[in-house]
Each structure stands twice: as structure tokens, then as C-alpha cells.
Ligand binder design. Structure first.
Ligand code: IPE
Ligand code: IPE
Ligand code: MG
Length: 257
């Protein structure tokens, strides 16, 4: 956190090299290509992707990470064939329900962000149960972005803000902090590091507001092959960077006064 600039963030200005990223967010991409390379249907890639997610959640605390946000389904992923969407919904439900007991026991707090109005009642039930059962945990935070879009989240925050103004609970004197409190990610710090796997170099509507000062790392590994090794490499790359938040390079400041 930079007290000078008031940015929500884990790493301090100028010393990223000595501090692991407190909050890592991952665009888990490449399941389809992983399956295609093996002559398998795309759904096999998604199933293998769940195992990669389990490995990554398990490994994250060992890398000094406290918050992990993963992009599981975007507001644009409804454009895929119905059979694939159905499989992704089923996998989300199966992952949360099968791993809930372990996550609960291991002190993981689960947060699910994204639009809930288009989700089926059985998925909503699983999501709400996971959040309820883990709400007192604080050893590690797993935030799953599901039916999430950065633009939709910003629009929703604007709608909530307008509602608060019309109810007399907010004034028109809006600052960044008051707006940010209405985003679905407000419970946690801003991401220090955003990783995208599979070689694609874009955000695809992920954490648009929150990404303002995140370090971006793009890795060629396809998501089903992910785990502690590639995560460690991304963390090392992050730690070799200097975060400046618009300021000057720290050595130059010290040299020139
Ligand atoms: C990521 O893998 C999983 C989701 C987007 C749900 P993809 O399914 O996008 O895999 P590619 O990009 O087609 O290889
Ligand atoms: C982003 O990946 C969404 C998730 C990883 C859940 P996509 O595969 O949907 O993104 P594009 O279409 O390549 O931009
Ligand atoms: Mg993709």
C-alpha cells in the first residue's frame, strides 16, 4: 500500500523486489488449445483446468500470496456453444461443492464476484453456501470471477452509487475511494500481479478498474499445465520489477534529492 498516493495495493513503492505480491489475479486461458493439441474435445481441457486450479490454490500461500483471484467465466463466454457453457457451469458447481470442506478446513475464505442474475438457482445455491461457510476464515482468500466482466462491474458500481445518491446515502461529491467501495472486488486489496496464461496478451474485460497499477505477466504455458512452478516464475518476474505508481525511479530520487 502506498500511503502517499492512497492506492490499494500490497507491494510498497519501489520495493517490489523484496515483497511477494499480496494479491495475484490469473486469467486462466488455454484449456481449449490444450485439449485440441491432444485430439480431445474442449471440455477435457476445462476438466484438466480444474486440476490446475486446485494445484495453484494449494501452492499460492507458499509463494507468499494472500489473495488469489481467478477468472473462471466472463460475461462474454455466453457466446460459446451451449454445450460448452453447460459444461463450464457444471464444473464450477462441482469444484466448489467438492472442495468446500477442504477449503473451509484450511482457512480459505471464498468470494465469488460477477453477475448473479443470469445464473441458475443450483449454481447460486452452491456459491452462497461457499461464501457463508467460509466467511470467518482469513488465512487465505480465493476470489472466483464467474460471469464476471470488468465493464459490467463498473456499470453496476455506478448504478449502486446513483441509487445511494437518490436515497440520500451519498452525495454527488464522489471520489475514487467511494466509487471503488461499490465494486465487487472491494473486500480485498488491488491486484499486485495479473497473470495471463496461453500466450494471449490482453485483459479480455478482467479487473479493468483494479488493473490500473498491477504488474502484468504473460506466460506461454496453457492453463491445464499450470501449477506451483509457473506461478513461482511469475512471482519471481514480479519481484524483479520496480513499481513506481507514476513517481520517479527510487534510485534517481535518492541520487538527485
Ligand atoms: C480458458 O480456456 C477457460 C475459459 C475461458 C472458461 P479457453 O476455453 O478460453 O481455451 P482457449 O483459449 O480456447 O485455448
Ligand atoms: C478470458 O478468456 C476469460 C476467462 C479466462 C474466463 P477468453 O478465452 O474468453 O478470452 P478471449 O476471447 O481470448 O479474449
Ligand atoms: Mg481462451
Amino acid at each position: 500500500m502506498s500511503p502517499v498516493l492512497g492506492l490499494r495495493g500490497g507491494g510498497a513503492r519501489g520495493d517490489a523486489a523484496s515483497t511477494p505480491p499480496r494479491h495475484v489475479a490469473i486469467i486462466m486461458d488455454g484449456n481449449g488449445r490444450w485439449a485440441k493439441a491432444r485430439g480431445l474435445p474442449r471440455t477435457f481441457g476445462h476438466r484438466a483446468g480444474i486440476n490446475a486450479l486446485k494445484r495453484t490454490v494449494e501452492a499460492a500461500p507458499d509463494h507468499g500470496i494472500e489473495w488469489l483471484t481467478v477468472f473462471g467465466f466472463s460475461t462474454e463466454n455466453w457466446r460459446r456453444p451451449v454445450s460448452e457453457v453447460t459444461e463450464l457451469m457444471k464444473l464450477m458447481k462441482a469444484y466448489v461443492s467438492s472442495d468446500l470442506e477442504r477449503l473451509e478446513r484450511e482457512g480459505v475464505r471464498v468470494h465469488i464476484i460477477g453477475r448473479r442474475d443470469d445464473l441458475a438457482p443450483d449454481i447460486l445455491e452452491v456459491i452462497e453456501r461457499a461464501e457463508r461457510r467460509t466467511r470467518d476464515n482469513d488465512r487465505f482468500h480465493l476470489q472466483v470471477a464467474f460471469n464476471y466482466g470488468g465493464r459490467s462491474d463498473i456499470a453496476e458500481a455506478a448504478r449502486r452509487y446513483a441509487l445511494d445518491v437518490s436515497n440520500g446515502q451519498a452525495t454527488l461529491e464522489i471520489g475514487e475511494a467511494e466509487f471503488e467501495r461499490r465494486l465487487s472486488t472491494a473486500k480485498g486489496p488491488a491486484p499486485d500481479l495479473i497473470i495471463r496464461t496461453s500466450g494471449e496478451r490482453r485483459l479480455s474485460n478482467f479487473l479493468l478498474w483494479e488493473a490500473a497499477y498491477a504488474e502484468l505477466v504473460f506466460q506461454d504455458v496453457l492453463w491445464p499445465d499450470y501449477g506451483s512452478g509457473p506461478l513461482g516464475e511469475a512471482v519471481a518476474e514480479y519481484q524483479a520489477r520496480e513499481r513506481r505508481y507514476g513517481g520517479a525511479e527510487i534510485d534517481d530520487v535518492l541520487a538527485t534529492g
